[in-house]
Design a protein around this ligand. Structure first.
Ligand code: NAD
Length: 369
């Protein structure tokens, strides 16, 4: 099997991005993203020190060029000492959920990164923006489009940049996947298949047990990656969706799906068929186009993607996705450039999620967007 590097114009820059004309995405000139030296790295405060903040974002911040860990917001006293001692966070940069708004007075903090349960996202985005900070918020944006739209509006009004933590959009393999779709190198896209699932809804984590915080099951947690890939892979926005939900464990996951299977129709006639589950193992996106198949498998994991075009393998440098995502956002702030994984991007996904749940409630009825 040949190893190929298909992206001839690949720029060896940690923050390269391409736009696809998606909602809220815009073309960014590569020139504006060439690593210019910065006098001072932007200070990041993490809000919510759970699994992702501690084990993925904090290590990612050790690899960033344009931003660094400066502050934390936590409701757990014991974590304050631990983060001061282990990670060098200064006491004056530590907040709890009650005094969080005082962060407005802290010049060390430029970016607030929200890593709380989904249902708390918009509230904290709005509080952070009102405190005068730019905001990164983890995916999914929130638990519905209405709340997300309010946060987008508030950030716009206050002139604060907002990025949704869609780390894959900053990964070279995903960018190549976008480029192939956009350039039509493989002809028109006919079908996109994707699944993102993992096995294990057994713990007491809010994801599996608390609908107000989770908003739903695997669609909210991991299915959104497949929605993203279908959108940026096709470069189109869906015009209709249809979904069916299943739950073999309704006691644990009350009112939420354990598995969802859905389709998305695009204006060109391309169709996406997607599944997401807490009781399956899957992690891929594949495209059938006029001239053949290509895709990413694995696609969405932390360990980096692998990609193929027909029988050839893609070969790009493996990037720390969290680091390149945060650095790209820091450069957007420093250079005044648009955010790739913007609030509007995340909001569009929430509109699709709302339509999918509406369809599932109506036994898979086709819902127009
Ligand atoms: P987690 O449960 O490990 O952490 C959540 C944190 O929020 C904890 O520190 C908890 O103490 C705090 N918290 C504050 N108020 C809370 C409340 N009322 N109820 C519950 N917890 C509360 O979760 P996580 O896996 O770190 O996920 C956090 C966010 O990050 C989610 O939105 C998730 O979708 C996202 N995430 C993104 C990725 C990615 O690859 N981009 C990966 C994992 C998680």
């Amino acid at each position: 099997m040949k190893i190929i590097k298909t992206r001839r114009n690949f720029i060896k820059d940690t923050s390269i991005v391409t736009g696809l004309g998606l909602v809220g995405s815009q073309h960014l000139s590569a020139r504006s993203l060439i690593n210019k030296p910065v006098a001072k790295k932007l200070g990041v405060a993490l809000v919510g020190l759970g699994y992702y903040a501690t084990h993925k974002i904090r290590p990612g911040l050790l690899e960033t060029e344009f931003c660094e860990l400066k502050g934390i917001v936590t409701g757990t006293k014991a974590k304050e000492g631990e983060w001061m001692e282990k990670y060098g966070v200064e006491k004056k940069n530590i907040y709890n959920y009650q005094n969080f708004d005082k962060i407005a007075e802290n010049p060390d903090i430029d970016i607030v990164y929200i890593v709380l349960p989904n249902g708390m996202h918009s509230e904290y985005i709005i509080r952070a923006a009102r405190a005068g900070k730019h905001v990164i918020c983890e995916k999914p944006f929130d638990i519905n489009a209405k709340r997300s739209a309010k946060a987008v509006d508030e950030c716009h009004k206050l002139g604060k940049l907002l990025q949704i933590g869609y780390r894959c959009q900053y990964d070279p393999y995903h960018q190549e996947f976008m480029r192939i779709g956009k350039s039509k190198e493989m002809g028109d896209i006919k079908e996109i298949r994707s699944a993102h699932s993992f096995y294990g809804s057994k713990t007491g984590n809010w994801r599996y047990t608390n609908k107000a915080l989770a908003g739903g099951g695997p669609l909210m947690d991991v299915g959104v990656y497949s929605i993203q890939a279908a959108r940026y892979g096709s470069g189109e926005e869906p015009i209709a969706v249809s979904a069916t939900c299943y739950n073999t464990n309704p006691k644990l996951m009350a009112g939420m799906e354990e598995t969802i299977i859905f389709s998305m129709e695009f204006p060109s006639g391309a169709v996406a068929s997607i599944s997401s589950s807490y009781s399956a193992r899957a992690n891929f996106v594949e495209v059938s186009a006029e001239k053949g198949n290509y895709g990413l498998r694995p696609a969405f994991g932390y360990g980096g993607a692998q990609g193929f075009i027909g029988k050839d393998m893609m070969d790009f440098p493996v990037k720390n996705q969290q680091a390149v995502q945060m650095d790209a956002f820091a450069r957007n702030i420093l250079d005044g450039t648009p955010v790739l994984a913007s609030g509007e991007e995340g909001l569009q996904d929430m509109k699709i999620v709302d339509a999918l749940y509406k369809s599932a409630k109506k036994n898979g009825k086709r819902i127009k967007l």
